[in-house]
Design a protein around this ligand. Sequence first.
Ligand code: TIU
Length: 228
Amino acid sequence: MTAIAANPYDYQLPTESKIALVIIDMQRDFLEYGGFGDALGNDVTQLQSIVPTVKKLLETFRSLNLPVIHTIEAHSPDLSDCPPSKLNRGQGNPKIGDQGTMGRILIVGEDGNNIIPELTPLENEIVIIKPGKGAFCRTNLEEILQKEEITHLLFTGVTTEVCVQTTMREANDRGYECLLIEDGTASYFPKFKQSTIEMLRAQGGIIGWTANSDAVLAALVPQAIAIA
Ligand code: TIU
């Protein structure tokens, strides 16, 4: 069995079941001006640095014919899937559903809700539209993972301490073997990213593992050669 050099110890890749790359919310709403992240007062440039790494991982998974799961945080145009607690949280103005420079903020189908062009999903890739921070909340993600016999999830995306961490915790509780790719995730607050990495892998990997993308790629590519 191949292993990824990870923290707090090696992460074993499965031989019988499948591994998937999960790319959380790499949508314009979070990475560009005029979206939800910007509306909340965040510096969106913090998130842009991981794009080349996520792209490289995406291309590797595609070349190995391994499953890729993209998520998008989005609400229906009538906001019926957005609880008042989420809509009214903070004192943000504009807020979810308001008109931004890329269309209505965090609304499905609007320009700002699209995944950034560098990471546009292919037809055969899974795209989970999620109304919450976690990708298992009010979605069919668990059903899809079971059907596809996916047991191991490698996480990338934004933001580390919000949607990425929430989803990784949800997945861990459901029995998935989770690894966070450290240089494939970002936060508007670098210290929150670092804390998240440390807390997820503490206590012997209480939520899962963390590793650098180089370690992930080094483990995956020889396996592909072996399969071929
Ligand atoms: N605000 C923030 O850090 N994140 C979110 O609202 N959503 C995600 O993390 N995707």
